[in-house]
Design a protein around this ligand. Structure first.
Ligand code: ATP
Ligand code: MG
Length: 228
């Protein structure tokens, strides 16, 4: 492991189904991510992007190979250890924002921190406010998701992903539901957050224009990395 490496997977495989119905979806992935890195994960529909992000996010287990992050062997770890690891070190952004409709923007952003601590605290609220400010949403703190635009909701979702100071944010087509201009604005904010924090980002996309905004591009094709 070289200095600054946060994540190493090698020979990682994932299959779904048993026996004759078994399909191998990830066919031996070798990948390292560095601290503070921002990488796009590109590939056609069905190439395995979401599957890989789910595995790296400990939402799903690999079938084979090795998966290590921050010195923890996530293949050997128990479910309880993986859950704790996830809430400490990982953040998530999905294509659809998954904000809770009855909570305001700031309450949504605080949610992962409040859930981890079992209660809300004043420092959490002030940090959530700072993250919303950084995402250009200072005026929208008390708005519910229904009263915000798609781009604003996605920016709240990015702020929420950052509340626990994750080492790595996994974003599965975070701009897939947005028009080009709004997508560019969200990407610009992610880039500026990435410059100012040490969190790494791995962002899946179909869109070469979005990928071009990331310093590193990792390309999947039919369950294999063809460019990293
Ligand atoms: N739970 C599952 N059971 C069976 N097959 C699955 C499951 N999840 C994914 N697959 C299969 O794995 C392959 C990769 O799917 P995945 O969702 O990772 O692709 P993707 O690159 O994210 O595609 P898209 O760009 O359309 O989101 C597909 O062939 C899919 O049908
Ligand atoms: Mg996908």
């Amino acid at each position: 492991m070289s200095a600054g490496t946060i994540l190493t997977v090698s020979g990682l495989t994932k299959s779904f189904g048993d026996g004759e119905a078994e399909t191998l979806v990830l066919k031996g992935i070798d990948l390292q991510l560095a601290e503070g890195e921002m990488a796009a994960l590109l590939g056609p529909s069905g190439s395995g992007k979401s599957t890989l992000l789910s595995i790296l996010g400990t939402l799903m287990r690999a079938s084979g190979g090795s998966h290590e992050m921050l010195g923890t062997d996530l293949m050997q770890a128990s479910e309880a250890e993986r859950t704790e690891f996830r809430s400490k070190y990982l953040g998530f952004v999905f294509q659809f924002h998954h904000l809770l409709p009855d909570l305001s923007a700031i309450e949504n952003v605080m949610m992962p921190a409040a859930a981890a601590a079992g209660r809300e605290t004043a420092p959490m609220r002030s940090k959530a406010g700072e993250l919303l400010d950084a995402m250009g949403l200072a005026e929208r703190r008390d708005f519910r998701p229904a009263a915000m635009s798609g781009g604003q909701r996605q920016r709240v979702a990015v702020a929420r992903a950052l509340i626990n100071d994750p080492v790595l944010v996994l974003a599965d087509e975070p701009t897939g539901n947005l028009d080009r201009q709004t997508a560019d604005e969200v990407m610009a904010l992610i880039r500026s957050i990435n410059d100012s924090l040490s969190s790494s980002f791995l962002i899946s996309t179909h869109d070469a224009h979005i990928a071009a905004q990331c310093p590193r591009r990792i390309e999947l094709l039919d369950g294999r990395i063809v460019h990293a």
